[in-house]
Ligand binder design. Structure first.
Ligand code: ADP
Ligand code: ADP
Length: 229
């Protein structure tokens, strides 16, 4: 589903590359943690998958396509197939919960009829069936993250990218979010989650890919966060 072939990414200016000859393969339906200290290259890797960045050298494939060679007009279609969730939720503050989720479908031109069916189903999936009319600031952090996940998943993307999704949440709320990401993964969606959250990685054992100075230094099935940190 995602393949990096000797991917190097240098930002302008001096210094070592943000990613250095990274090769990895993530299959359809996998759940992968991307771990490593701040500055190790996690966000750069995620942004390459979205083609927000291009590799300096090497190739990035998503669903079999080398996305660096993809025509610019096809990039929105690629991104539509990749849901994204962030530490800071990024909800639209002036839209209700249901409207936040519906908006993701409106911008891609889905019919009102579809939206009216899919939005309530997705809110139910994330456990917010009765909160569609609330505004984001009326919700807890964990509930806001559920809305963000609903919005990311409402279009049933093939990949869900989560960048520190539990970073602003307390441990018990984080467990609920992980269970939800696990449910989404069970539907066949490939999940790639960048995280610093040792407790979560050790509790929900999944494949762990560790970056250090832009290099993959560990790639382990059902790994732990690792005691060197
Ligand atoms: P992480 O997500 O693991 O914290 P990043 O991918 O954000 O790591 O950063 C990897 C390296 O690339 C760091 O040294 C960082 O300073 C550098 N970097 C990230 N974004 C930029 C940018 N836009 N311009 C220049 N350097 C950047
Ligand atoms: P409009 O397009 O008429 O401005 P809104 O922006 O109010 O509609 O809502 C957009 C979509 O959000 C609606 O089509 C509906 O599917 C969904 N929606 C709005 N409120 C709710 C709710 N409380 N529960 C479930 N879905 C809702």
């Amino acid at each position: 589903m995602i393949r990096f072939e000797k991917v190097t990414k240098r930002y302008p200016g001096p210094g070592t590359p943000a990613l250095d000859q990274v090769t990895l393969d993530i299959d359809k339906g996998e759940f992968v943690y991307l771990v490593g200290t701040s500055g190790s290259g996690k966000s750069t890797a995620l942004r390459l998958v979205l083609r927000e960045l291009r590799p300096t050298t090497g190739r990035v494939y998503v669903a079999g396509k080398e996305i660096n060679r993809m025509a610019g007009w096809k990039v929105p279609r690629l991104r539509r197939q990749i849901g994204t969730v962030f530490q800071d939720f990024r909800l639209l503050p002036n839209k209700s919960v249901a409207e936040n989720v519906a908006f993701a479908l409106q911008v891609i031109g889905r019919s009102r009829r579809d939206i009216n069916k899919v939005v309530p189903d997705t809110l139910e999936l994330v456990g917010l069936k009765d909160k569609g009319d609330r505004m984001p600031d009326e919700l807890s952090g964990g509930e806001q993250q559920r809305v963000a996940i609903a919005r990311a998943f409402v279009n049933r993307p093939m990949i869900l990218i989560a960048d520190e999704p539990t970073g602003n949440l307390d441990p018990s709320t984080s467990v609920g979010i992980m269970n939800l990401l696990g449910d989404i993964n069970q539907t066949g969606t490939t999940v790639v989650m960048a995280t610093h959250d040792h407790g979560i990685v050790d509790q929900f054992r999944k494949r762990v890919i560790e970056l250090e100075h832009g290099k993959v230094i560990r790639d382990e099935a059902a790994g732990s966060y690792g005691f060197r940190h």
